[in-house]
Design a protein around this ligand. Structure first.
Ligand SMILES: Cc1ncc(COP(=O)(O)O)c(C=O)c1O
Length: 471
């Protein structure tokens, strides 16, 4: 039997929601607009919308219209849903999680950027306004291909804290650190090459390798030592590794700082075997002590190091301002950058340069890292109190990401499914390894303003773990 028209329309909209065209919390077209678009009466659309409300897909807000529910009711147990996710490529998993975590009422432990309360929004707002008023032509013109000289000069000054002396001309501004990593890989490798990465590692690195058709060799990374250089050495005996990507400071997701011994061994191996290094230092400035750790690039060796960084974790992820320093490959990288984006936005670069120049950045870093360190203590305390006894947590000395190892009986994807139903977004360990080695791990972000609600969410997560353990 043919379905009534209003039901067909409801099915069609439900499909669009489930496909992610309308994300959770977004407004769907008004009744009048849909009636015009679909050439049906207003009454039919009203019937379709009312059916979608009954199905828990949309919700009417008086005077405002119809909105997609923040959390959709789905069929199947959390274990069944987790099983369906197991074979999805990482990019697809991340896309699904981003959609699920987008709603306003989700507590986003899953994000890898600080809450906006810890970003200098007011100062940037003033700076951008002033620039547009006083220097509009500068703001709308292309910047130099290498990026604003003003900003490069400020970065050169900051690099002194990382132990490295560099001229502004030897710095290239990029569209964030991800873009810096991609251009470095383009310059250092060709499709089919082997690239060693930490395991677990930031999912963006794994996606970059897939995009450039590079083969990842996953090297174990522990939260107290960082990359296992002995394992790396063994891998270098059996494979021709072209490049090693390493995050020596406050690694994502483990929070690890590479030990001094491992740093020395890594640089020795890189020099002996002529393997280049891409150093990802995106969290390096967020240290809890007075002096940030030195960059690998600053060690006085012959190793071929390309340094990638950005202001995404400390100033403004949406500004997309990062940089590269590559003593041996700078001109090749600059060429890739020029061809792919011509220039980077002038307005955001200048706003950041002004913020760095007036000393506010150091104050901002001191304030935020002190809150993160405080939050870390509170988080660990809550996890010890509410999570199953065998749970282990990392102990980062900087950054704002906590790596949690759950008992083997707990499946992180299933826990994620349960958590999202309770309005809590976590990142399951599955996205941090192509080999899917971390299915009992989760990563949480503690750069959120601490409150009773945050503690209640951690309590709820712990209870969900216990529930899963009991089966
Ligand atoms: C280790 C690591 N590298 C690179 C990036 C990408 O940074 P950006 O937003 O500056 O591109 C991230 C973001 O989460 C990250 O965690």
């Amino acid at each position: 039997m043919d379905l009534p028209l209003y039901e067909k329309i409801a099915d069609q909209i439900e499909l669009q929601v489930r496909d992610g065209i309308f994300a959770p919390g977004t407004k769907i077209p008004s009744v009048r607009k849909s009636s015009k678009q679909l050439h049906v009466s207003v009454a039919t659309i009203l019937q379709a919308y009312s059916l979608l409300e009954d199905r828990g897909i949309i919700k009417a807000r008086p005077q405002k219209g119809y909105f997609v529910q923040e959390t959709l009711l789905e069929s199947g147990t959390s274990n069944e849903k987790a099983l369906a996710q197991t074979d999805k490529p990482i990019a697809q998993l991340i896309e699904t999680f981003l959609q699920q975590h987008a709603g306003e009422d989700i507590t986003r432990f899953s994000s890898s950027v600080p809450s906006t309360q810890f970003l200098p929004v007011r100062q940037l707002q003033r700076s951008v306004g002033r620039l547009m008023r006083l220097e509009p032509e500068v703001c709308v013109d292309y910047s130099e291909a290498q990026g604003s000289e003003h900003l490069r000069r400020q970065i050169a000054i900051r690099m002194l804290d990382a132990g490295y002396k560099v001229q502004p001309d030897d710095i290239l501004i990029t569209l964030g650190c991800q873009n810096a990593i991609i251009h470095s890989l383009q310059a250092l490798t060709k499709p089919g090459d082997f690239v060693a990465v930490e395991s677990p590692t930031y999912h963006g690195i794994l996606q970059a390798l897939e995009l450039l058709e590079l083969k990842a060799i996953e090297i174990p990374c522990t939260h107290n030592e960082g990359m296992d250089v002995k394992a790396l050495k063994a891998a270098a005996e059996s494979h021709t590794i072209k490049t090693i990507i390493v995050t020596p400071n406050y690694q994502n997701p483990t929070g690890a700082t590479l030990s001094t011994e491992n740093r020395q061994q890594l640089l020795k191996l890189s020099t002996e075997k002529s393997i280049s290094i891409i150093e990802d230092d995106v969290y390096g400035e967020l240290c809890y002590s007075d002096h940030r750790p030195k960059a690998l690039l600053a060690e006085n060796t012959n190793a071929d190091i390309t340094y990638c960084c950005s202001f995404s974790k400390s100033i403004a992820p949406g500004f997309r301002v990062g940089w590269i320093i590559s003593p041996l490959h700078q001109s090749k990288i600059e060429h890739f950058s020029y061809v792919s984006s011509i220039a980077t936005p002038t307005l955001t670069q200048t706003a950041i340069a002004n913020f760095l120049e007036n000393g506010a950045y150091d104050r901002h870093l001191r304030k935020t890292t002190s809150v993160y360190e405080d939050n870390l203590g509170k988080c660990i305390k809550a996890i010890k109190q509410y999570f199953p006894e065998q749970t282990e947590v990392s102990s980062p000395l900087g950054g704002f990401l906590l790596w949690i190892t759950l008992p083997n009986s707990i499946n992180a994807l299933a826990l994620h499914e349960d958590a999202i139903q309770s309005g809590i977004g976590i990142l399951p360990g599955d996205v941090f390894s192509l080999g899917r080695q971390f299915s009992h791990h989760i990563r949480i972000n503690y750069a959120l303003p601490w409150s009773n609600k945050i503690e209640a969410c951690l309590k709820e997560l712990g209870e969900l773990c216990v529930k899963q353990q009991k089966g």
